[in-house]
Write a protein that binds this ligand. Structure first.
Ligand code: NDP
Length: 486
């Protein structure tokens, strides 16, 4: 056999590189975190939190009922005047400590986030956990400079904030919500999602370790009923919600006329627009990052891919080839690109929408790959021949599924991108700077990335238009929603 033949026969593959969970200090059972302590729920309900990649319980958590909700709000209310009376410099020191402790426990938090939620360890290790710490650092810096972040105006805290976060970025969303609220002198009651409560409970332990005054942060695991009770309870001054548009609308209706301040960060159907003059290989990497990051469980996922007709075949060909090299499987394996679907319910929603896509006539291609026997999985999928009215072009799939449409002119690209009830994010791929700015300013989206996608930074505001919600999180803009200005 010649050397040439031998070489071409080498098949490169990755050996498994699992991150060990041995160092994780999880308790068997977690209580509700109220007034600086872990407490039993009044009605005794405890529920296991299941790993979506193994279907095994990771730990048991208490579920908060209405009486627990009232108790948590009372603790937050009692602590608020003292917390607000501290100088900004002192509050900042506490936030700084929380940030440092997240960094110290980063490896453990990343593993727990991947075990509990199914996302690849590469993402929880390199994105979720460092960004969560960065948000606390960022707002630690603002705590004694509030008036500089608020155009020189005097600011008073709102009071007690009820904060409800979803399952796709459990720790990061908790940081987005808690850090600005606390920096401004508010106290908080945080409800993590039913399927991913554990990193928020580790964050509660960190609040204890940081000796945060009791009552400044409460963490109440529970289900939708806990969330519904929390937003309707007396004694709340502010509600901050991230999740589905349906629940966001329900909360908005419940709060109408109450005077409670509200910010909503809801769904999206974001357009990722590729012009013919773009660096196409770079764009393909951006498309992959835009839709397959976190299994597509991303509110700003680039789920509507708009490609200029002249390069559509080339881009789709390169994308399909790249999709075939994505590694789907064990979230704790450092080589994994696409982890587990967060829950059986979410898998059903994805499957239903994908079935609708096929029924309505779009062309489906799903990567053939071996999926683990246990757990919930969905292989990367692309739909072409998609019409703007198809459900897969309109509704949030929240899975690793991209719907491709084409356009001929810049005007058509803008019209198609804006043809959505949502307006959270968008991406533009072009080598022409003037075109990028012109298109960006015409897009109805809260965040527009140019020649990149899914880049998050604590200094940058994030939030939507239309049915993607209102209010901004991140940067000085994120302070505005936690203060009363005079
Ligand atoms: P939800 O909007 O139901 O969940 C978000 C958070 O709200 C969770 O903590 C949830 O608790 C809580 N919640 C549920 N019902 C209520 C209520 N009536 N009042 C107050 N809080 C409530 O999202 P789902 O988990 O049901 O996901 C459904 C779809 O929503 C997804 O397929 C996806 O399309 C979209 N979604 C969008 C997100 C985004 O970031 N934009 C995030 C999550 C989902 P619990 O988990 O206990 O039910």
């Amino acid at each position: 056999m010649s050397t040439q033949e031998t070489r071409t026969r080498i098949v490169w593959d990755y050996a498994p590189a699992p991150e060990s969970p041995d160092h994780v200090r999880l308790r068997d059972s977690y209580g509700l975190f109220v007034n600086g302590e872990f407490a039993d729920p009044k009605d005794g309900t405890r529920v296991p939190s299941i790993s979506p990649s193994t279907e095994e319980p990771v730990a048991e958590v208490a579920f908060a009922g209405p009486e627990d909700v009232r108790g948590a709000i009372a603790a937050a209310r009692a602590a608020q005047p003292g917390w607000a009376a501290l100088s900004g410099l002192e509050r900042g020191k506490y936030l700084f400590r929380v940030a440092r402790l997240i960094q110290e426990r980063a490896r453990e938090m990343a593993v727990v986030e991947s075990m509990d939620g199914g996302k690849p360890i590469r993402e929880s290790r390199d994105v979720d956990v460092p960004l969560a710490a960065a948000h606390f650092f960022h707002y630690a810096g603002w705590a004694d400079k509030l008036s500089y972040g608020l155009a020189g105006r005097e600011a008073a805290p709102l009071g007690v904030a009820a904060q409800i976060v979803p399952w796709n970025f459990p720790l990061l969303m908790a940081a987005w919500k808690l850090a600005p609220a606390l920096a401004c002198g508010n106290t908080a009651v945080l409800k993590p999602a039913e399927t991913t409560p554990l990193s928020a409970l580790l964050l509660a332990e960190i609040c204890q370790e940081a000796e945060l005054p009791p009552g400044v942060v409460q963490v109440l695991p529970g289900d939708g009923a806990t969330g519904a009770a929390l937003v309707r309870a007396d004694g709340i001054d502010k509600v901050a919600f991230t999740g589905s548009t349906a629940v966001g609308k329900d909360i908005q209706a419940a709060l109408a006329g109450t005077g409670t301040s509200l910010t909503l960060e809801l769904g999206g159907k974001s357009a990722n627009v590729v012009f013919e003059d773009a660096a196409l290989d770079q764009a393909v990497e951006g498309i992959v990052n835009g839709i397959f990051f976190n299994q597509g469980h991303v509110c700003c996922a680039g789920s509507r891919l708009l490609i200029q007709e002249s390069v559509a075949d080339v881009v789709i060909g390169k994308l399909w080839e790249r999709m075939g090299r994505l590694r789907v499987g064990d979230p704790l394996d450092k080589n994994t690109d696409v982890g587990a679907i967060n829950s059986a319910e979410q898998l059903e929603r994805i499957e239903a929408l994908v079935a609708a896509g096929e029924e309505e006539g779009a062309l489906r291609r799903t990567v053939a790959c071996e999926l683990p026997e246990r757990g919930w999985w969905f292989a990367p999928t692309i739909f072409t021949e998609v019409a703007p009215a198809h459900r897969i072009a309109v509704e949030e799939i929240f899975g690793p599924v991209v719907s491709v449409m084409t356009f001929r002119t810049q005007a058509e690209a803008i019209e198609k991108a804006n043809n959505s009830t949502y307006g959270l994010a968008a991406g533009i791929w072009t080598d022409k700077g003037s075109k990028a700015f012109e298109v960006a300013s015409a897009l109805e989206a809260g965040v527009v990335w140019q020649n990149t996608y899914n880049k998050f930074d604590p200094t940058a505001a994030f939030g939507g238009y239309k049915e993607s919600g209102f209010g901004r999180e991140g940067g000085p803009a994120g302070l505005r929603h936690y203060v009363r200005l005079s």
